[in-house]
Design a protein around this ligand. Structure first.
Ligand SMILES: [Zn+2]
Length: 221
């Protein structure tokens, strides 16, 4: 087993609040081996953190709460992201976002099914498909807010639609130009409603057409 598989075991044990000790010790051993193999020195900040947490797990007498905390730090050190199979809440977040984005497809006359396909094994990546096709890199099961999932799902569906149909989607109802995605945070001075993922048109100096998922509702400003 490699670091990834061991890390997945630790993630699941933490998630289910099961005993994490055995998996954490195994993972710490793998990480230590990798550090030594790459000759990572303690002058590097990331390597120093990795050595520290590995030693804490392998050498100290930790109670259950301490080992959980150390195991979570160890996962961070390895930059581990679970697959969708191990992170059902992230899978649900993606699928909810895809459902919202699919409304924008239907409202502009795209009638084929919008679906999600997961890579095996472990469902590390997911593809948003139009009529069974996808294009580009898959989405990974990052820990993201709903707006970021919307952005990711919309971006992926846009690529899938273009790949399958050679049509531009979505299109601005006023200018008939293809729209692009933009994220606007609440700090933006263009108004308090400007928070989240938007479809934006380049026509007339640029304007926001709608939030992702709300194309049928028309312009926001
Ligand atoms: Zn426009």
């Amino acid at each position: 087993m490699g670091v990834e598989d061991r890390a997945a075991e630790v993630y699941v044990a933490l998630r289910d609040r099961g005993s994490v000790r055995a998996a954490a010790v195994e993972l710490a051993g793998e990480v230590l081996e990798a550090l030594l193999e790459f000759g990572a020195g303690e002058d590097d900040e990331e390597a120093r953190e990795a050595y520290a947490v590995v030693r804490r797990i392998l050498e100290e007498d930790l109670d259950e709460e301490e080992i959980r905390e150390a195991a979570a730090r160890l996962l961070k050190v390895t930059s581990f992201e679970p697959g969708f199979a191990d992170a059902p809440e992230r899978r649900a977040a993606l699928e909810a976002a895809v459902e919202v984005v699919a409304r924008d497809a239907r409202v502009q006359g795209l009638t084929e099914p919008v679906t999600v396909r997961y890579d095996e094994p472990g469902e590390v990546e997911a593809h948003v498909c139009y009529a069974g096709s996808w294009h580009g890199q898959g989405l990974r099961a990052h820990d993201m807010d709903p707006e970021s999932w919307l952005f990711g799902a919309a971006d992926a569906l846009q690529e899938a639609v273009m790949e399958k149909t050679w049509q531009v989607w979505p299109v601005c109802p006023d200018h008939e130009l293809g729209l692009h995605l933009e994220t606007v945070d609440s700090e933006d001075r263009r108004g308090p409603r400007a928070d989240g993922a938007f479809w934006v048109c380049a026509g007339e100096g640029g304007h926001r057409v709608a939030r992702v998922g709300a194309l049928s509702e028309g312009r926001v400003e």
